[in-house]
Design a protein around this ligand. Structure first.
Ligand code: BES
Ligand code: MN
Ligand code: ZN
Length: 496
């Protein structure tokens, strides 16, 4: 997809489709008014007719508007002009992008980003346009037997010009660049989540991390073997991989964009490439979806790519503990007690609570980098899906400023989270009769007790946990990986 900025008048462009904003209440936006004049009032007549009301996200495709050079005009509702905020702008841009995937033209020119949006600027409007387009046109065809062309999306649009006021052109170009880096990362995260578990294995993730680092001078990748993990004392992580025939991998991605003395942000992603539950086997229905249990890992790898592509001026470390959770003769049993890298012993009462078992050793390892902040991302609990659905990711943190920054980044990026509490009281549920801590805390407050478990491994480091069990995967309208919370994290890191 190619994006460019044009400052030319909408009525004189010759793209295959012209995308024009219209409000449900408010004046005609300048670009739309220009086309209205050229067509001698055709657009305003449609608005007056009531057939198109301009509500946020409403679209109407008009073929052959008289005296206008482009063969089609897509009218896009933006709601009430005075109320247009970034959320409404995103909604309108998203539905415009969906409508564009269905037209038979190779190029389009969109003037949506010329309107004023209350809480955002031109650069952001361009970036949102790029993101929405990428999201609408994304199609995972790598596993289809026939060539992509015959099995992929019907989308034909390959070039989009974004209309801009001359004063905004430079900012919009910057927005496009940032948007492209973000969408490359989101698509990568989605691809990794969509790939089947027989292909997207721990070794595959390690290879992807190495591939991303190739040609990026500031990004280094090291992959620790199981032997190294054993020497480091990662008994908890190794207990999870015990039933798998595939070797676990511990991926360390180091991006240096600032002085070596500058404390890094450490990101940790849960990389269970398939979660059967282990001996505490999961029920059959929808077990196939547990291939996305590496979404945290996919997000972290993808964010590291975006950080390098954006050449951010900070240090970031991405840690990905990755393995399978399988049953078998060598698998860990409920009742087994293991020693984590931190020295704390863990009684594994349920082998399906495996995410926290690989994350705790990764968090302990992360402390080595003396991080300014540590953020883990995991499809950790079904309870989080119950609590927050597919709308907001769960956020739990021992630091109010870090939590506030992540919540704000999520809202800005259209990838929102919601904070849940932590506290001593919840720790009581994790008491073990035989070890320092148990790996499950019962049915109540499942997302919180999972985070409480993790909090035991971060010391005083400002830390946040993002539970993306609900948000990383969509079941409708299109089943598959969403790439969340890549946008939240890239937004947060870009603001540091
Ligand atoms: N990967 C699952 C969590 C999950 C569930 C993600 C549904 C996405 C959708 C995790 O490893 C798990 O099995 N968690 C258990 C924990 C329980 C045994 C304490 C759960 O949520 O049921
Ligand atoms: Mn599990
Ligand atoms: Zn899991």
């Amino acid at each position: 997809m190619r994006f460019s900025v044009t400052t030319r008048d909408a009525s004189r462009l010759k793209a295959g489709c012209l995308v024009l904003p219209a409000f449900s209440a408010g004046p005609l936006p300048a670009a739309t008014a220009a086309v209205d004049r050229t067509s001698r009032g055709q657009i305003s007549a449609i608005l007056r007719s009531g057939d198109f009301r301009g509500e946020t996200g409403e679209t109407l495709l008009l073929p052959a508007v008289s005296r206008v050079a482009t063969p089609r005009v897509l009218l896009v509702g933006m709601g009430v002009a005075a109320k247009l905020d970034r959320k409404a702008f995103r909604k309108a841009s998203r539905s415009a992008a969906h409508a564009l995937t269905r037209i038979n033209a190779a190029a389009a020119a969109s003037y949506l980003a010329t309107v004023d949006v209350r809480d955002t600027d031109a650069s952001r409007r361009a970036r949102v346009s790029v993101e929405c387009w990428n999201d609408a046109s994304y199609c995972f065809t790598a596993m289809k037997g026939k060539p992509a062309a015959s099995t992929g999306s019907k989308n034909k649009v390959a070039r989009i010009e974004l209309g801009a006021a001359p004063a905004d052109a430079a900012a919009m170009r910057r927005g496009i660049t940032a948007g492209l880096a973000l969408t490359h990362a989101q698509s990568l995260a989605r691809d990794l989540g969509n790939l089947p578990p027989n292909i997207c294995t721990p070794a595959y993730l390690a290879q992807e991390a190495r591939r991303i680092a190739r040609g990026q001078r500031k990004l280094r990748v090291e992959v620790l073997s199981e032997a190294r993990m054993r020497r480091l004392g990662m008994g908890s992580l190794l207990a999870v991989t015990a039933g798998s025939r595939l070797p676990a991998q511990f991926i360390v991605m180091r991006y240096q964009g600032a002085a070596a003395s500058s404390a890094p942000v450490v990101l940790v992603g849960k990389g269970i490439t398939f979660d059967t539950g282990g001996i505490s086997l999961k029920p059959g229905p929808q077990m196939d979806e547990m291939k996305y249990d590496m979404s945290g890992a996919g997000a972290v790898i993808a964010v590291m790519q975006a950080v390098a592509e954006l050449a951010l001026a900070l240090n970031v470390v991405g840690l990905v503990p990755t393995c399978e959770n399988m049953p078998g003769g060598a698998a860990t049993r409920p009742g087994d007690i293991v020693r984590s890298m931190s020295g704390q012993t863990i009684e594994i009462l349920n082998t399906d609570a495996e995410g926290r078992l690989i994350l705790c050793d990764a968090l302990t390892y992360g402390l080595r980098f003396k991080p300014a902040a540590m953020i883990d991302v995991a499809t950790l609990t079904g309870a989080c899906v119950v609590a927050l659905g597919k709308v907001r990711s769960g956020l739990l943190s021992n630091s109010d400023p870090l939590a506030a920054a992540l919540l704000a980044a999520g809202d800005e990026a259209g990838d929102p989270a919601w904070r849940l509490p932590l506290g001593e009281e919840y720790m009581d549920q994790l008491k073990s009769s035989f070890a320092d801590v148990a790996n499950i805390g019962g049915r109540d407050a499942g997302t919180i007790t999972a985070a409480a478990f993790l909090s035991r491994f971060v010391g005083d480091t400002p830390w946040a946990h993002l539970d993306v069990a609900g948000t990383a995967w969509a079941t409708s309208p299109q089943k598959g990986s969403t790439g969340r919370p890549v946008a939240l994290l890239v937004e947060y890191l870009s603001g540091l």
